[in-house]
Write a protein that binds this ligand. Structure first.
Ligand SMILES: CC(=O)/C=C/C=C(C)/C=C/C1=C(C)CCCC1(C)C
Ligand SMILES: CC(/C=C/C=O)=C\C=C\C=O
Ligand SMILES: [Fe+2]
Length: 567
């Protein structure tokens, strides 16, 4: 079977699409490489020859020459760059989409890992690629598109890396090689934010006022998009003086009325807790917390949690490191360092007053993602005595960061090499105690000792809740390869898995009017071993398949998504 497929023209009330040639790569092993490259060049409108062939060979740097063909055969489409900048079309649905599900699921993630002659090293380096699934009366209109960040546009124009990505630093220009002051210049560019990426490849959120924004950990990587066309609208301009802090959490907490986020301070280690009203571009500082550890840098903060009345600020022992920030070549911990001897902490701030109401030392932990948090009133007098906060916890093992290197992900030999993870549950007393607890919420074996990329019913944000949807594992694996539903009250787990798949974050959408927490659907996009991919819809309660819709081409792994209801 040839690996070129033509997507038919599709017309609907607002979709007038031209016929688009699209390409799958890993599906047809027999096709001759050279022939394949030629076809790609013909069918491809956007990428340079080198970009295409690099994507075909799909090599992570550095890969010995003789390995490339083997690598290509082994390579999973999850770690294969998208083959064109955009595509749009209707997907054929198998099964039945619930009639109430009308709106758009938008997913962001790194989808292009090479530019010019340069192959990226880490999963988080890739250029942002948006994928949409528009549910319309039982039909699915889909598409993907690369985000037009300055980092991506510059890379395309100059055919090289131009900004600092998660693990990569652009090479100094030739004229700067012999310049003894170029090092100082690089430091200035780093600390002024000039050299930092705006490649907003981590998540996408819908603000309460309806604006849709892609995000990463650099503040300049806050980019507005049109969720229908996937067009890049432009930078989100924060109308406050807080951008000089350069970085923020990649996971703000958004409701219909407000957005909360954390801004780490690299100079005076601490975090600003900020709030922005829906409709505004101005973040207000609600409070500031100083880091407790004596180390130079604040703990890395990818995400955090809120309850009804409090903001939880994690201070992980995985800390920003000035030494590693200044290094051109990455270390196994990239921009961070592991400082367990300096302690691990969680701080709790009042949303109303900005006061710190608890600051406890906890056992060492490593987490990208907080799941949820809530207040508990143990005395039954209406006053919160303890805060419960759950996160995807990697057993205080920092190896997970380096496991997400593309070469490691691509060269899977069926070995069981994914480090164990669990649902870590913090208990943070509000009585002035010095210590908090960190326990395993549900026996990790039940979800294959993998746990990340979580979602909950958004109506339970900051409140007591029961169900976590996340990626788990069917071992052996080198990456989470199953979808899981965890009942954290009954401590039961449901698993959905098919051989050879890599599913992205299971995203829960509640049914309007539902009275049960798990009454809704779970959406995920699955990359298949044979080079294909499909969108899957699971029933939120039974966790069984309701419908699926195959893409006419393979899509890579993606990170986080959001739901934009149709009004
Ligand atoms: C994709 C994801 O989850 C995380 C992306 C993180 C990024 C792009 C971090 C970038 C950074 C720099 C370019 C230098 C300063 C530190 C840091 C925020 C890690
Ligand atoms: C994909 C991932 C971890 C998987 C490990 O089990 C973490 C992603 C973090 C960024 O959003
Ligand atoms: Fe994330």
């Amino acid at each position: 079977m040839a690996s070129l497929i033509t997507a038919k023209a599709i017309m609907s009330h607002h979709h007038v699409l031209s016929s688009t040639r699209i390409t799958t790569l890993c599906s047809d092993k027999a096709i001759d490489n050279q022939q394949r490259k030629t076809k790609l060049q013909i069918s491809h409108r956007f990428f340079s020859r080198r970009t295409i062939s690099a994507a075909v060979i799909n090599s992570a740097s550095p890969v010995p020459k003789k390995e490339t063909v083997e690598d290509e055969r082994r390579c999973h489409v999850a770690w294969t760059s998208v083959q064109q900048e955009k595509w749009e079309g209707e997907l054929t649905v198998q099964g039945k989409i619930p009639t109430w599900l009308n709106g758009t699921y938008l997913r962001n993630g790194p989808g292009l890992w090479n530019i010019g002659d340069h192959d990226f090293r880490h999963l988080f380096d890739g250029y942002s690629t948006l994928v949409k699934l528009e549910f319309d009366d039982g039909r699915i209109f889909s598409g993907h598109r690369l985000l037009e960040s300055n980092a991506y546009k510059a890379a395309k124009k100059h055919k090289k890396l131009c900004y600092r990505e998660f693990s990569e630093t652009p090479k100094p220009s030739r004229s700067n090689f012999k310049n003894p002051f170029s090092g100082v210049g690089e430091i200035v560019k780093l600390f002024s934010g000039e050299s930092l990426t705006d490649n907003a490849n981590t998540g996408v959120i819908r603000l309460g006022d309806g604006r849709v924004m892609c995000l990463t950990e650099t503040q300049k990587g806050s980019i507005l998009v049109d969720h229908d066309t996937l067009d890049t609208i432009g930078k989100f301009k924060y109308d406050d003086g807080l951008c000089d802090h350069m970085i923020h959490s990649a996971h703000p907490i958004v409701t219909e009325t407000e957005m909360w986020t954390l801004i780490p301070d690299l100079v005076k280690p601490g975090y600003r807790v900020v709030r922005m009203e829906a409709g505004s571009n101005k973040r207000e500082v609600v409070g500031r917390v100083k880091c407790r550890s004596g180390s130079w840098g604040p703990g890395w903060v990818h995400s955090f949690a809120v309850t009804e009345n409090y903001v939880l600020i994690p201070e992980m022992p995985l800390r920003y490191s000035v030494r590693n920030l200044l290094r051109a070549e990455p270390t196994p911990l990239y921009k961070f360092e592991w400082c367990p001897n300096d302690g691990a902490f969680v701080h709790v701030m009042s949303k109303l007053t900005g006061e710190i109401v608890a600051s406890v030392e906890v056992p060492a932990y490593v987490t990208f993602h907080f799941i949820n948090a809530y207040e508990e009133d143990e005395n039954g007098d209406g006053k919160a005595t303890v805060i419960i906060a759950d996160c995807c916890e990697h057993n205080a093992d920092t190896r997970i960061l380096d496991m997400l290197r593309l070469h490691t992900l691509r060269s899977s030999h069926g070995d069981d090499v994914l480090p164990d993870a669990r649902i870590g549950r913090f208990r943070i007393p509000l009585d002035g105690s010095k210590y908090g607890k960190l326990e395993t919420a549900v026996e990790a074996e039940k979800h294959g000792r993998a746990m990340d990329m979580c979602s909950i019913n958004p109506l339970h944000l900051g409140l007591k809740y029961r169900y976590v949807y996340a990626c788990g594992a069917k071992r052996p694996c080198n990456f989470p390869n199953a979808l899981t539903k965890v009942d954290i009250v009954e401590k039961e787990v449901k698993i959905w898995h098919e051989h050879g798949i890599i599913p992205s974050e299971p995203f829960f959408v509640p049914r309007p009017g539902a009275t049960h927490e798990d009454d809704g659907v779970v959406i995920s996009i699955v990359s298949e071993e044979n080079g294909g991919s499909y969108a899957i819809l699971l029933d939120g309660s039974s966790f069984e398949e309701i419908a699926r819709a195959k893409f006419p081409y393979g899509l890579p792994y993606g990170l986080h998504g959001c739901w934009i209801p149709k009004h």
